[in-house]
Design a binder for this molecule. Structure first.
Ligand code: KIV
Length: 274
C-alpha cells in the first residue's frame, strides 16, 4: 500500500516570504475546474468579487453578496490543491466596523476553508486589518483603484496619475502593511509609483495594471483569456476564447438544425433494424 504525501497548500506567510524574490503568480478563478488549471501554475488564486461583472453581468462589484463569494470560494477550494485561495470580502460586509468585518471574514474562512481574505481600502481600513490579523485571519490588502468605491470615484480610471497625487496612495500602502497584511494588491497605478511603494513596504505588492515593478501579478482569468466583453485597457491577452466558443456554439446549433447531431445508436454502438 502506498501512502501519498499530503500536498501542503501555500499560506499567507509563504506568500509574504516571497518579498523581493521570485515573482508571485496570481489569477482569479470562480469555478472548480478553472481553479484546477490555475492551481498547476499559480501561487495564489483570487476568488475576486469581479465575479459580479464576469459571471453575473453586473456593471460594478457593488451588488456582490457574501453568499455569492462563499459559494464560488468553496468551488475553488474543491478544485485546487496547492495554491493559496484568497476570497474577496464584498462591498457592505466589512466597512461598518471591525466587528462586522470579523464576522464576515470568519464566515468566509469557515464556510469555504480558504486561506485568506482580501479587502479594499488603505488608511481607513488599517484598524480593521489589524483586528482581523490579530484574530487569525490573514488579510490581503487592495489599494490604488478600488472598484467597490466606484460610486465615489466616478470612473474606473488609473490612480495617482500626477506625482502630486501619490502621497495618499503611498500612505495607504504603508498603513495596510503596518496593520498586518501579508501582501497588497495595487491596482491601476503608474510604474514609478508602483516601484516606489514596492521598495517602501516590507510585504509583497501584487500588481494589476501597475507595471512589472511589483513583487507579483494578478489578472482576471476571463480578461486574459479573451472572454470578457469589457476588459480593462491594461490587460494583456493570452488567449482569444470568446470567438472560439462562439464558433463551437454555432457549429453545434447548425448540427442540431440539420439533424447531423450524433444519434444515440451511434454513441452506444446499438444496431438498428433495417
Ligand atoms: O475582484 C477581483 O478580481 C480583484 C482583482 C481585480 C485584483 O480584486
Amino acid at each position: 500500500m502506498s501512502v501519498q504525501a499530503p500536498i501542503k497548500r501555500k499560506t499567507g506567510p509563504d506568500i509574504c516570504a516571497r518579498k523581493g524574490g521570485e515573482p508571485i503568480v496570481m489569477l482569479t478563478s470562480y469555478h472548480a475546474h478553472t481553479a484546477t488549471m490555475a492551481d498547476r501554475y499559480c501561487d495564489a488564486i483570487l476568488v475576486g468579487d469581479s465575479l459580479g461583472n464576469v459571471m453575473h453581468g453586473f456593471e460594478t462589484t457593488v451588488p456582490v453578496t457574501l453568499e455569492m463569494m462563499i459559494l464560488q470560494g468553496s468551488a475553488v477550494m474543491r478544485g485546487s490543491r496547492q495554491a493559496l485561495v484568497v476570497v474577496d470580502m464584498p462591498f457592505g460586509t466589512y466597512e461598518a466596523s471591525k466587528e462586522q468585518a470579523f464576522h464576515s471574514a470568519a464566515r468566509i474562512m469557515k464556510e469555504t476553508q480558504c486561506g485568506a481574505v482580501k479587502l479594499e481600502g488603505g488608511v481607513r481600513m488599517a484598524e480593521t486589518i489589524r483586528f482581523l490579523s490579530e484574530r487569525g485571519i490573514p488579510v490581503m490588502g487592495h489599494i490604488g483603484l478600488t472598484p467597490q468605491s466606484i460610486n465615489m470615484l466616478g470612473s474606473f480610471r488609473a490612480q495617482g496619475r500626477e506625482e502630486a497625487d501619490w502621497a495618499p496612495i503611498e500612505n495607504d500602502a504603508r498603513a495596510v502593511a503596518e496593520a498586518g497584511t501579508f501582501a497588497v494588491v495595487i491596482e491601476a497605478v503608474a510604474e514609478p509609483l508602483a516601484r516606489k511603494i514596492t521598495a517602501a513596504i516590507p510585504v509583497p505588492t501584487i500588481g494589476i495594471g501597475a507595471s512589472v515593478a511589483c513583487d507579483g501579478q494578478v489578472l482576471v482569468l476571463e480578461d486574459m483569456l479573451g472572454l470578457s466583453p469589457k476588459p480593462a485597457k491594461f490587460v494583456r491577452r493570452y488567449g482569444n476564447l470568446g470567438p472560439a466558443i462562439e464558433e463551437a456554439v454555432a457549429a453545434y446549433a447548425a448540427d442540431v438544425r440539420s439533424r447531423a447531431f450524433p444519434a444515440a445508436e451511434h454513441v452506444y454502438g446499438m444496431k438498428t433494424k433495417a
